[in-house]
Design a protein around this ligand. Sequence first.
Ligand code: SF4
Ligand code: SF4
Length: 309
Amino acid sequence: MAAKIDNSKCIACGACVYTCPFGAISDKSYILDVIDLIKKSEDNTKYKLHAVVAPSISSQFTYAKLGQVISGIKALGFHHVAEAALGADMVAWTEAQELVEKGFLTSSCCPAFVAYIKKNFPTMVDKISHNLSPMAAISKYIKETDPGAKIVFIGPCTAKKAEVQLESVKPWVDACITFEELQALIDARDIELTALPEDVLDNASYYGRIFARSGGLTDAVAQAVKEQKLDFELKPVACDGIEACKLALMKASKGLLPNNFIEGMACVGGCIGGAGCLTHGEKNKADVDKYGKEAMEKTIGDALGVVLK
Ligand code: SF4
Ligand code: SF4
């Protein structure tokens, strides 16, 4: 009997995609849309094509340096590569304010976690942060700065492909591909990453960059509370994997959770465990932390200097 996905329950986390031993399940690909966007930009003369890369990119493409991957993305035809981590800085900043105002909040960064709440804990929906995700926040900022721009998000996530279809996100992101699909594009164009010079990524803070792993968002919100001198005792719980999220939500829905902020990431380990990652392993967390420490901007306020002016 053929297996069938019950869409009323599916949260598009992609766990089935990468755990199936036979590779029998695949997610919807927007790779052709991205090729079309590259072609129609006519070398960025018709419109500027921006790539927004998730911070977990720092733990992928282990055979090349991160700066070479950025050069590779530009060699595909992108005008600019921006860090979704700067969107994470924006989210941490405003999420801290929202938390202080409401007193209890769940994060909204992970679309699979948000879908899980909507489908399984409808009474908790009003507790979900109203912030856009980091991907949508930085894309909105780019499009408001350059209204004709087109944006492709490149990340570890299959759930983002569903998120970009939402009415609140659709205007800001034109297509979404995974790291696996980026690798396929690079291979198709015979681009040798290791032969390319190193470009730079220098938008975000340490805190925005560590969103990629479980606990990073919580650290960033705590830092945003501190930097804004908000009078609030943050009592967070960081949940990775749907089982941990379910437990916290169950307790919160019954008034039994001692915490006032739930960081929810559907993938074990956070986004470094995403279904569209090229690698899944212990080293990925260390790579993300190293990438965070390399940030030129040491505080969230520093990273947002340009945006908050
Ligand atoms: S995407 Fe996630 S929720 Fe949907 S069927 Fe696959 S494992 Fe289940
Ligand atoms: S934890 Fe990250 S990669 Fe996994 S579903 Fe959520 S946003 Fe996507």
